[in-house]
Design a protein around this ligand. Structure first.
Ligand code: ADP
Ligand code: TRP
Length: 328
């Protein structure tokens, strides 16, 4: 049975980009045949977090978000990365075969430094821990966004290096599954750059009411009146609207904007439609989230069970790696 695995960092509230770029695929895949491991990459989050209270709450909120969006915590294995300390052990073993050159080529390290993160050893060896996450459960398929593709390639590389070094088939080669073309188009943020926690341009996927409208008011527009004909494909608003509206309504709105004149929607109207779209899309998940917030025992139970299942799997892979390398 194919093993699917992916992880997400609890480094903030999850936003529309995380949903369309990652979580939606994870939940959809988890309904297919096979084994499914989804985890909250809290060890990884420590490469940037210095606020224990915030981290604790983001870990919980990330778990609740997955469950609210439909991940079945009984059939899939949802767990906290740090509940499986074996991954740090395996990461050490992989670090002994990972070439410096391989890590030095990592673009995400360079990007993070450029954004002002401190160049710590943890940040530099991030891909080794990520390789361990992938290899510790014998993953076959790793669904990720394009920004993580290089990390999965590095995991393939480390698995092959370790197996070759010790002439043993300890680690299985994982394959990546890139998000579909349409949905893997980067979701833009309020300012038109890629939506990202690091750019303060996100929309929390469970935002509603006034705070949602306030956020959407920050979407960059211009001072052209509604009556002036415009090219909808050049408007940031449509890059967000297309995620929530059905094709018929989208085309109709685009046509009115293109034609302009009396009755054409203004930016305010489009923002209102977007707010409604977001609220409707996530309404069932918001309801489920409220239930989970009220029943904390359920989330704890799911994470504890997930951690146990994951840990048992990782321990057996770790044992084989120790055996092959001469440490047992
Ligand atoms: P952030 O940039 O907000 O820190 P992460 O790097 O933690 O987000 O990304 C977590 C997952 O969400 C990754 O798989 C990434 O591909 C996806 N993702 C993040 N932002 C976007 C976006 N704007 N559009 C599409 N996918 C995104
Ligand atoms: N690095 C991933 C991100 O920032 C999170 C992650 C950690 C991950 N370990 C993983 C993703 C293993 C897939 C597989 O989004």
């Amino acid at each position: 049975m194919a093993v699917h695995l992916s992880g997400i960092q609890p480094s903030g509230l999850l936003h529309l980009g995380n949903y369309f770029g990652a979580i939606r695929q994870h939940v959809a895949l988890s309904e297919q045949k096979g084994e499914h491991f989804y985890f909250i990459a809290d060890y990884h989050a420590l490469t940037s977090s210095r606020d224990p209270e915030a981290l604790r709450s983001y870990i919980r909120e990330t778990a609740i978000t997955y469950l609210a969006l439909g991940l079945d915590g009984d059939s899939a294995c949802l767990f906290r990365q740090s509940d499986v300390p074996e991954v740090t052990e395996i990461a050490w073993l992989l670090g002994t075969v990972a070439g410096m050159g391989l890590l030095e080529r990592a673009t995400s390290y360079k990007d993070k430094i450029a954004k002002g993160l401190k160049p710590s050893v943890g940040l530099f060896t991030y891909p080794v821990l990520m390789a361990s996450d992938i290899l510790a459960y014998g993953s076959d398929i790793v669904p990720v966004g394009k920004d993580q593709a290089q990390h999965v390639e590095m995991a393939q590389d480390m698995a092959a290096s370790f197996n070759a070094a010790f002439d043993a088939e300890v680690f299985r080669r994982p394959e990546m599954l890139l998000s579909e073309e349409k949905s893997s188009r980067k979701v833009p943020g309020l300012d038109g750059q890629k939506m990202s926690k690091s750019y303060d341009n996100t929309i929390w996927l469970f935002e509603t009411g006034k705070p949602l409208r306030k956020a959407l008011n920050r979407i960059v527009t211009d001072s052209r009146p509604p009556t002036e004909p415009k090219n909808p494909d050049e408007l940031l608003l449509f890059d967000l609207l297309h995620l929530f509206l059905d094709d018929g309504e989208l085309q109709q709105l685009k046509t009115s904007v293109r034609e302009g004149g009396e009755g054409a929607p203004g930016y305010g109207d489009l923002k209102n439609r977007l707010a409604e779209g977001i609220e409707d899309w996530f309404a069932p998940a918001r309801e489920k989230r409220e239930l989970l917030l009220a029943d904390t025992g359920e989330v704890d139970r799911i994470l504890a069970r997930g951690g146990e299942v994951a840990r048992e799997r990782a321990a057996s892979v770790r044992d084989r790696a120790l055996e092959a390398s001469g440490l047992r």
